[in-house]
Write a protein that binds this ligand. Structure first.
Ligand code: GLN
Length: 476
């Protein structure tokens, strides 16, 4: 059997089609690995051993008939906020602990059509709010590189599962960095696609104008293969982009790419060794013929962060209004309907979720909406314009994915300190452009080597370019 720590989709596809091993054997190896490791890492909230084995057997029949598609028989982990018919999808919240999905998310439908194998649902910060997976109502996930540290969040379970060989690839969701940041902390590749390029139908909404399902793999090629399987227009998602918005490298193949570095954004935010790793990744590109130029992006990186932390809570407070103890999930009995609402929501939501609802309700309330929410919307347009302008003169922009490596549990108990983790990832989400985090070597903390990430940002629809640059930059 293959080494689960290094196997890629391409390798597995070859071996499966050549019958070196079966999809069932491959799935069994993953299930075995999960049994061995997940007690200590806690990447999964639930493992679907029985159905995973059935799906693998079906994949073997498809392979036998010579009809395999790119992901037939490939074992995948799914973040707990993506719906699979007949399965619990809890968004790591007590309020949805026993909620069973009644339909498949579009991405799941597409993966089922390919004959992929679903290993289980992965841990996350409740409702995708956080940056460490500490906000899960079911206990945190640990970083496979150092169990005293967080895996990042909110797709911490998905990133940890891929990094530790407990899934070949995984689906996550990224609202303000939740695929890129845990990928950076766990040492894997994570893509936030262009807003609208992957259907959000069947994704439990956090902040609808920012949410996007993303992909995590050990390599850029794996994240790419999973993206190719789930992308595309979907009439069930009103913000879905038309097929024509796809772009390929086209006639830019073979041309020298220009990479812009907005140094003033992170000049003072990085430790010396993180900064060195960033420069090394840049050098890797330079050596491969890329042209590297300094650019200006926005004057103050704290502005996008402030804008995000108005728009995100505003949309979260609106989306989470549907969890009222009547329509979905948890319901606590009481004398009056108001009491049902307040008791259910009080018992069902964790502290960070409540904080977002309070902030969101405040910034949307009459008298404050103009000063906060509308203002933030206006500044968001300026940020979008800043990216558009910068991406006219360069093909891609690069930054570190995060200010530093994985931090310790409890280290960012101050919510604002946690929000600062997102400083390099949220601007991308506000602009709706795609970005990928690729491994950028390691830094040593307390004697342990910890991965950090290199973020590559492109214009809308430029995923193919990001994959090409990412493959040149990644250090696996
Ligand atoms: N850390 C950010 C937040 O808490 C991003 C989360 C996400 O991308 N889902 O909102």
């Amino acid at each position: 059997m293959p080494d689960l720590k290094t196997i890629t989709i391409k390798r597995a596809r070859k071996s499966l089609d050549a019958k070196e091993y079966s999809a069932l054997e491959l799935t069994d190896s993953y299930l075995e690995e999960i049994r061995k490791q997940d007690d200590k890492i806690h990447a999964y909230l639930e493992v679907w051993e029985k159905t995973a084995r059935e799906e693998a057997k079906n994949a073997d029949k498809t392979i036998e008939r010579g009809e395999s598609q790119p992901l037939t028989g490939i074992p995948i982990a799914v973040k707990d906020n993506i719906l699979i018919e007949g399965r619990v999808a809890s968004a790591a919240s007590k309020i949805l602990e026993n909620y069973t999905a009644s339909y498949d998310a579009t991405v799941i439908k597409k993966l089922k059509e390919q004959g992929a194998v679903f290993l289980g649902r992965t841990n996350m910060d409740e409702f995708a709010l956080g940056a460490s997976t500490e906000n899960s109502a079911f206990g945190p996930t640990k970083n496979p590189n150092d169990l005293s540290r967080v895996p990042g969040g909110t797709s911490g379970g998905s990133a940890a599962a891929v990094a530790s060989g407990m899934a070949l690839v995984a689906l996550g969701s990224d609202t303000g960095g939740s695929v890129r940041q845990p990928s950076a902390f766990c040492g894997v590749a994570g893509l936030k696609p262009t807003y609208g390029s992957v259907s959000r139908f069947g994704l439990i909404a956090a902040a609808s104008s920012l949410d996007q399902i993303g992909t995590i793999g050990k390599t850029v090629a794996d994240a790419q293969a999973l993206f190719n399987a789930i992308r595309g227009h979907d009439e069930k998602d009103s913000t879905s982009l038309p097929e024509s918005s796809r772009s390929d490298l086209g006639n830019s193949k073979g041309r020298t790419f220009r990479i812009g570095v907005p140094r003033s954004l992170f000049a003072n935010a990085l430790a010396k060794d993180s900064s060195e790793r960033f420069e090394q990744s840049l050098e890797t590109l330079r050596v491969k013929g890329y042209e590297i130029v300094d650019i200006d992006l926005f004057a103050n990186p704290q502005v996008p962060l402030a804008v995000y932390y108005i728009i995100n809570p505003a949309e979260v407070s609106t989306n989470l209004a549907r969890f009222d103890g009547i329509r979905y999930g948890l319901s606590i009995k009481a004398e009056t309907i108001e009491e049902v609402y307040s008791k259910t929501r009080g018992a069902g939501f964790g502290p960070e979720t409540r904080r977002r609802i309070l902030v969101g309700t405040f910034v949307l309330s009459s008298g404050y909406a103009d000063a906060y929410y509308r203002r933030a919307r206006e500044v968001r347009e300026l940020i979008r314009a800043d990216f558009a302008r910068a991406l006219e003169s360069v093909d891609a922009i690069v930054t570190p994915t995060t200010p530093g490596p994985a931090f310790k549990f409890g280290e960012k108990s101050d919510p604002v300190a946690m929000y600062f983790e997102d400083i390099f990832t949220v601007p991308v989400s506000l602009a709706g452009v795609p970005a990928i985090s690729v491994p950028s070597g390691t830094v040593v903390r307390e004697g342990v080597s910890l991965p950090i990430g290199f973020q590559i940002i492109g214009t809308h629809g430029s995923e193919e370019l990001l994959f090409a640059v990412g493959k040149d930059a990644e250090r696996v």
